[in-house]
Design a protein around this ligand. Structure first.
Ligand SMILES: [Zn+2]
Length: 49
């Protein structure tokens, strides 16, 4: 039994550091949580807790 992995087409990796861990897709940023935090501060987002 094989299942096609759709992630194959869309590689979910941080476009900044390239990690596959904890990718944030909110706002189409496609970054990991660390980079998102960094970007969020630059963009003026409020901190996520
Ligand atoms: Zn990153």
């Amino acid at each position: 039994m094989k299942r096609d992995i759709r992630e194959e087409k869309r590689k979910r990796v941080c476009r900044i550091c390239g990690t596959k861990n904890a990718i944030v897709r909110k706002y189409g940023l496609m970054t990991c949580r660390r980079c998102f935090k960094d970007i969020a501060e630059k963009l003026g987002f409020k901190k996520y807790d």
